[in-house]
Ligand binder design. Structure first.
Ligand code: IPM
Ligand code: MG
Length: 362
């Protein structure tokens, strides 16, 4: 088994270093190879996703990814910006299924900006389609308007589109995930989030998800408009079990859901293709404002490494060891600044990683 390590920019290198520490402490047999990505790769290779990095990612069984981006690259042409690295990896590896679990650890109920009773016990899974929608739809660009409110004016446009097979495959992923969760005690519900009241693409989305749902009579299916979903996520988040949605809505709702858990610094994610090859990354970004200070929370990346062991490397026991160790360090009261509350002990990135390693029990 081979893991490609792509730390990236900002806090990416710091948090990935902690996840590597934890992986090494497990005594499993796999190889790791590191390559630059994002702004770091632009500096060293002149491109955010050099061919050598893409090739390494393609050849690996799994990719552990940190984060990319820095304000200093905002003025580069789009194709050279750090974000293109993650979009390129998703596209070239066909990583269409993005799992973003939002679990509120009991120890962190007070770190959330929501009332404890709303989020205590929260365990929801957002499944975001990751290779379609307005993110990748063609055509896109700038041109002179020939119609609309201001003919003759400069305008920009993107294309929102989904094909039936794209919707079907992500719907199957969601229903199957709901089934697995139901076997472990969850409700067995999929909420499909759309904007069918306005957008043709999302009326189609709703129709196709409904059709796929007929093969899963054991799973309840409901539909929700995205604006209402944004509201329900903070009003009664525990009404959700599995949420499935398109690329852009999923981007927005998953950031919102992360705050239910106390900090986006706690949220891991997995992006899988049809061969079960996966890219694992924290749901947060490169946080250039705190980079290099040793204060970033490494737990989202460490938990992403656990997802990697479970999904792509077929090592569920090792994954559970990591998850239990994370739970244990939270119970010990260790907190990076993002999840700190009075009465707990504030620690830095490295101390948190070391504590997880120490808490790993067989
Ligand atoms: C995410 C990020 C990316 C996205 C950016 C960095 C391109 O926000 O993974 O959620 O929009 O998908
Ligand atoms: Mg995002």
């Amino acid at each position: 088994m081979k893991i490609a390590i792509l730390p990236g920019d900002g806090i990416g290198t710091e948090i990935v270093a902690e996840a590597i520490k934890v992986l090494k402490a497990l005594d499993l047999s796999f190889t790791m190879e590191t390559a630059p990505v994002g702004g770091a790769a632009y500096e060293s290779h002149g491109h955010p996703l050099p061919d050598s990095t893409l090739q390494l990612a393609k050849d690996a069984d799994a990719i552990l990814f940190g984060a990319v981006g820095d304000w200093k690259y905002d003025s580069l042409e789009r194709a050279l910006r750090p974000e293109q690295a993650i979009l390129g990896l998703r596209k070239h590896l066909g990583l269409f299924a993005n799992f973003r679990p939002a679990i509120c650890y009991g120890q962190l109920v007070n770190a959330s900006s929501l009332k404890p009773e709303l989020i205590s016990g929260l365990d929801i899974l957002i499944i975001r389609e990751l290779t379609g929608d307005i993110y990748f739809g063609q055509p896109r660009g700038r041109r002179t308007a020939t119609d609309g409110h201001f003919p003759g004016a400069e305008e920009a446009f993107d294309t929102m589109r989904y094909s039936k097979p794209e919707i079907e495959r992500i719907a199957h992923v969601a229903f199957q995930a709901a089934r697995t969760r139901k076997a472990a005690g969850s409700e067995g519900r999929v909420t499909s989030v759309d904007k069918a009241n306005v957008l043709e693409t999302f009326q189609f989305w709703k129709d196709v998800v409904t059709e796929v749902g007929q093969s899963y009579p054991d799973i309840a299916l409901d539909h929700m408009y995205v604006d209402n979903a944004a509201m329900q996520l903070v009003k009664q988040p525990k009404r959700f079990d599995v949420v499935v949605t398109g690329n852009m809505f999923g981007d927005i709702l998953s950031d919102e859901a992360s705050m239910l858990t106390g900090s986006i610094g706690m949220l891991p994610s997995a992006s899988l293709n049809s061969r079960n090859q996966g890219l694992y990354e924290p749901s947060h970004g490169s946080a250039p404002d705190i980079a290099g200070q040793g204060v970033a929370n490494p737990l989202a990346t460490i938990l992403s490494a656990a997802m990697m062991l479970r999904f792509s490397l077929k090592q569920p026991e090792a994954a559970a060891r990591i998850e239990k160790a994370v739970d244990a360090v939270l119970t010990q009261g260790l907190r990076t600044p993002d999840i700190y509350s009075p009465g707990t002990s504030k620690v830095g990135t490295r101390e948190m990683g070391d504590a997880v390693v120490k808490a790993l029990v067989k």
